[in-house]
Design a protein around this ligand. Structure first.
Ligand SMILES: NC(=O)c1ccc[n+]([C@@H]2O[C@H](COP(=O)([O-])OP(=O)(O)OC[C@H]3O[C@@H](n4cnc5c(N)ncnc54)[C@H](OP(=O)(O)O)[C@@H]3O)[C@@H](O)[C@H]2O)c1
Length: 239
């Protein structure tokens, strides 16, 4: 077994579900010491009881809560930021700008809040990975708001790679992924939506959370990766 993560300290913010949880589980299976965060204490309690993950309820919209959390974790080797909201989608002519604002409040600001609070604690040999979204470049009608949120984060990555060196920072930009993020859609309609969005892309289907987590793990483990945005989208952005 690869031992590069053995006894390394990793924090996965937004790690109680979906891509964050899949990443945390790979890291824990590789013997890293992993703490996950999220807002829902019940979800975290269940994971604390059933996995090797340490859990802590921290709302990434609160800088105060984040400061207290990172003070408690102390130095860390790897930080993955997987939080998101779900707002900001729709054709621009009808898009509620209030919804778009809430989209930024749910993803852009919490990711930056987390990153800034964590910086003093990230080891010089460590890494940071943001989870963005392929809407940043996919040019799909109805996604200009999501392009703004995720594109803004992705544009920051190369600049931060220079500012934060030698700490590495990258982003993983997924296409459609079958995670609880989609739970607002009833199961049958969800399968229909996936078919609509991904039926014609080269991969022909939505990704699993683990497939995206494997791309995240690559950014953590490869010491030569920094300032990059990895598109793990099954070819979604080619269409
Ligand atoms: N699923 C997709 O199709 C897809 C596609 C492209 C990009 N992405 C991106 O991938 C990332 C992960 O999404 P996912 O699909 O894995 O979603 P998910 O299953 O809904 O997981 C999101 C995680 O973030 C946590 N979270 C949300 N807001 C938070 C906050 N303010 N503070 C702390 N934790 C918070 C959630 O826990 P609580 O709710 O308990 O807080 C949960 O652990 C997101 O950035 C999303 O935009 C997803």
């Amino acid at each position: 077994m690869n031992t590069i993560f053995e006894n390394k300290k990793a924090v996965v913010v937004g790690g109680s579900s979906g891509i964050g949880l899949a990443t945390a589980q790979i890291l824990a299976n590789s013997k890293a010491i992993v703490t996950i965060t999220g807002r829902d204490p019940n979800k975290l309690k269940q994971l604390q009881q059933t996995t090797a993950l340490q859990t802590q309820a921290v709302d990434s919209t609160s800088r105060e809560a984040l400061d207290a959390f990172f003070k408690q974790t102390g130095p860390i080797d790897h930080l993955v930021i997987s939080v998101s909201g779900a707002k900001g989608m729709g054709n621009f002519a009808e898009l509620s700008l209030q919804d778009l604002r809430e989209g930024f409040e749910g993803k852009f600001w919490p990711q930056l809040n987390t990153l800034q609070a964590a910086l003093p604690y990230i080891n010089k040999t460590g890494s940071i990975t943001l989870i963005t979204a392929i809407s940043s470049i996919a040019k799909k009608p109805g996604t200009s708001g999501l392009a703004a949120i995720n594109g803004s984060l992705e544009l920051m990555v190369p600049v931060l790679a220079r500012e934060l060196q030698p700490i590495r920072i990258n982003a993983v930009s997924p296409g459609v992924v079958d995670t609880p993020w989609w739970n607002f859609v009833p199961e049958e309609a969800k399968q229909e939506t996936f078919k609509q969005f991904t039926g014609n892309i080269p991969a022909g289907r939505a990704a699993t959370a683990t497939e995206i987590a494997e791309a995240v793990i690559f950014t953590l483990s490869n010491n030569y990766m920094t300032g990059s945005v990895i598109h793990c989208d099954g070819g979604f952005s080619l269409m």
